[in-house]
Design a protein around this ligand. Structure first.
Ligand code: CP3
Length: 340
């Protein structure tokens, strides 16, 4: 315990031994919880994000119900884009009124001043850190994933337009990613100043890139982010989906923890990453739709693949599926805690 806060999550992120493997779930706040659904009948997403009491309540719902070792701020990766005036709605995925299509659009991405542009997020962090007895994880989207929403104007299976811009307009591309990196640094520094104890950078769609393209066109921006957070002294987690072939590059960006999706066994991930970085993951979220004996078997396989090495944060390999029974997640938390 540090300052009354359970720090097994932080210890594991720093590669220190822990008594119980810490566990939390990406997208643990949200649609799998009936109490969240009830709130959503009355409030829109941005109404919740912009109301610190409501956002703090939704952040705490999974901590209370599931017994996880960390809270993750209830917000969305597109909130800072909206805060600098980019028109974006959640329907439920992000949809932009005017996608970025030419270099002139860069003018619409002014620098973020977190305290002035999104005080509600920082007030939410302050409210939470005054109440929580587990660490609060702040987060942001990574430049590539944010750029994909700006350029596509919404979700895309191929990211065709995004990659076309990356290949054909390198000056526009690097300026866009650099501005987004600065935005992420400002946002995460402000979240930590307000009390967040760790940060996660979600590069959800990076797995659509080849290693060569990631290295050339994306790594400079993500590296800038992790370097720009280093002096804060909080664990920095870097996660992407389908990044089996990019794991070493995610680590090269400079985080303390690499999030691994369910496709890469943790022993293989650790062999590729070496000992100086911790890992987070990686139960297949779909396993949680099965009866609990199956969930326990699959969770055991994850723990066995890590083989008790320090520096493991148990998580799913991606976000909780909305149809997941929260009781299964509660039992999974207890199971992981009891496993050593
Ligand atoms: O516990 C938590 O993690 C909740 C906080 C959170 C949300 N979005 C709230 C949300 C977090 C960490 C995010 C991150 C996010 N948002 C990512 C990265 C994580 C990932 O899943 O890869 C991405 C790519 C987005 C963009 C986004 N926002 C999408 C694609 C969608 C729709 C589909 C979906 O995954 O739910 C959203 C909407 C959104 N953001 C919801 C929530 C709870 C669902 C809105 C609703 O219907 O209530």
């Amino acid at each position: 315990m540090v300052d009354g806060v359970n720090s097994s999550l932080l210890d594991a992120c720093w590669g220190k031994p822990v008594e119980r493997v810490p566990v939390w779930f990406m997208r643990q706040a949200g649609r799998c919880l009936p109490e969240y659904r009830a709130l959503r009948e009355r409030y829109g997403m941005f109404e919740i994000f912009r109301n610190p009491e409501l956002a703090a309540e939704v952040t705490m719902q999974p901590v209370r119900r599931l017994g996880v070792d960390a809270a993750i701020l209830f917000s969305d990766i597109v909130v800072p884009l909206a805060a600098v005036g980019v028109g974006v709605e959640l329907q439920p995925g992000p949809v932009l009124a005017e996608p970025f299509r030419t270099p002139a659009d860069l003018a619409r991405l002014r620098p973020l001043e977190p305290e002035a542009d999104m005080p509600y997020v920082l007030d939410t962090v302050r409210l939470l850190t005054a109440q929580l007895d587990v660490p609060l994880i702040g987060f942001a989207g990574a430049p590539f994933t944010l750029a994909s929403y700006l350029i596509e104007g919404g979700s895309s299976k191929t990211l065709g337009r995004t990659k076309a811009a990356m290949h054909a307009e390198p000056a526009f591309w690097s300026e866009l990613l650099d501005r987004l990196a600065d935005m992420v640094i400002a946002l995460l520094r402000a979240q930590v100043a307000a009390g967040a104890a760790a940060v996660q950078v979600f590069d959800s769609w990076a797995g659509l890139l080849s290693p060569a393209d990631y290295r050339r066109s994306v790594l400079p921006a993500t590296r800038k982010i992790f370097a720009g957070l280093e002096d804060l002294g909080v664990p920095r987690i870097h996660f992407g989906v389908g990044t089996g072939e990019l794991l070493e590059l995610l680590a090269e960006a400079g985080p303390d923890v690499v999030g691994v999706d369910w496709r890469v066994p943790l022993d293989r991930a650790r062999a590729r990453l070496g000992d100086h970085v911790a890992v987070q993951g990686n139960l297949d979220p779909a396993a949680c739709l099965a009866p609990f004996d199956v969930v326990a078997r699959e969770a055991t396989a994850v723990l066995d693949a890590n083989a008790g090495r320090p520096g493991h944060v148990f998580n799913l390999g991606w976000g909780v599926l909305p149809e997941t029974d929260p009781d299964i997640l509660r039992r999974l938390v207890d199971f992981v805690h009891g496993a050593q």
